[in-house]
Structure formats: C-alpha cells, structure tokens
Ligand binder design. Structure first.
Ligand SMILES: NC(=O)c1ccc[n+]([C@@H]2O[C@H](COP(=O)([O-])OP(=O)(O)OC[C@H]3O[C@@H](n4cnc5c(N)ncnc54)[C@H](OP(=O)(O)O)[C@@H]3O)[C@@H](O)[C@H]2O)c1
Length: 170
C-alpha cells in the first residue's frame, strides 16, 4: 500500500511517499481503508522530534493520527464493529496510509451527516475538549463554564460539548 512516512526527523521535507506492507490486524483491531486523515500539532511534533516520537509513537513512521474510512476486516474479538462500517478515530501514527490497523476502542461509527473529510478533523481535538470537560472538569448542567481560547481548534469543540452537557457557557 502507499503511505506517507518519515525515515528521519526534521522539517516537512523529510516526508516521503513510499510503498509499504499492508498492516495485519490483531484480534482486537479493525483494518480501516482510509478515506481521509487530518494533521494535528502532535503529528508535527512526532515528525520533528525524536524524543516525542519515542514517547508517544506506536512504532510506525507513517505520519498522521486522525482518520476516517471504511472497515475492511475485523479481528476475532471485535464485537461492536463489522465490515463496511464507516468509522472515524484516532491512532498514534499511521493514518496517512491506504490502510490502518487500529484497536476497536479507538474508532467509532461516523455520523451519517458528516463527510469523511469532516469526520477526520474531529477525533483528537474533540477528545481533548471532551476529556477536559467531562473527565477532569466533571461538567454538569448546573455549572458555569468559561472557555478561554474558544476560537481555537479545541475551543470550538469545547463550547459545543459544554453546551451539550447543559452547562452555562461563557
Ligand atoms: N490541537 C490539538 O490537537 C491539541 C491536542 C491536545 C492539546 N492541545 C492543547 O490545547 C490548547 C489549544 O490548542 P488549539 O489547537 O485549540 O490551539 P489554537 O487553535 O491555536 O487556538 C488557541 C486559542 O487560544 C487563544 N489564545 C492564544 N493566546 C491567547 C492569550 N494570550 N490570551 C487568551 N487567549 C489566547 C486563541 O485566540 P485567538 O484566536 O484570538 O488568537 C485561540 O482561541 C493548547 O494548549 C494545545 O497545546 C491541542
């Protein structure tokens, strides 16, 4: 399959279009045919920094984390997804390729009213906002929430997610 890889760290011109082996799935993984992926700051950091890449990478040198696409096959322990499901999700590297093997837990069904391109722009930044508000902030309807940086990538999701929990959002 074709994939965008970096074989050394550095500026964007270290990225290469290469022919690589199609991934095989583990029992808890699905094989996704990638239709779209997006670029997040973490992808830039992993490409440019050997240290960060070592700390957070799954070992792949294929860039890109957020993706959307269609499931081509599922591992034998996968319960919630099946072949041809349209999904979006977040891996740690590997997304700018024709196929990605990814844990069932790291993808979800793509809403039918979103394009693949729109869906691929959601996972990491929206999950950042969701984790901050729900898991760390224990958001609930009675709370007043002040979102600083609401015009930013994470902020625009945070405004909408906080509102959906019924909080008063400033
Ligand atoms: N993007 C990701 O994938 C991601 C993932 C995990 C964590 N994060 C973290 O989440 C935070 C936001 O990231 P982002 O990607 O949403 O950044 P972003 O798109 O660049 O947005 C930054 C936001 O902060 C505001 N801002 C910047 N300087 C400010 C200041 N001095 N006072 C008040 N507001 C200020 C900006 O306002 P203006 O529009 O007016 O400039 C904008 O709304 C960062 O700490 C980042 O490290 C990001």
């Amino acid at each position: 399959m074709k994939a965008i890889e970096y074989r050394k760290h550095g500026a964007p011109d270290v990225l290469e279009l290469n022919e690589v082996e199609k991934p095989t799935i583990k029992d808890n993984e699905v094989l996704v045919k990638v239709y779209a992926s997006s670029v997040n700051p973490v992808d830039v950091l992993m490409r440019s920094s050997r240290v960060l890449s070592f700390l957070v990478s799954r070992g792949t040198k294929i860039t890109g984390s957020d993706l959307s696409g269609k499931i081509e096959s599922v591992g034998r322990d996968v319960k919630s997804l099946k072949k041809d499901d349209e999904v979006y999700g977040f891996g740690q590297g590997g997304a700018t390729a024709e196929y990605v093997a990814i844990s069932e837990k790291k993808v979800a069904i793509k809403p039918a009213n979103m394009t693949f391109e729109q869906a691929a722009a959601v996972p990491l930044t929206a999950l950042t906002a969701l984790q901050a508000l729900r898991d760390k902030g224990k958001i609930r309807p009675s709370l007043n929430v002040l979102i600083i940086g609401s015009s930013g990538v994470v902020g625009t999701f945070a405004v909408q997610i906080a509102k959906s929990f019924g909080a008063e959002v400033t």
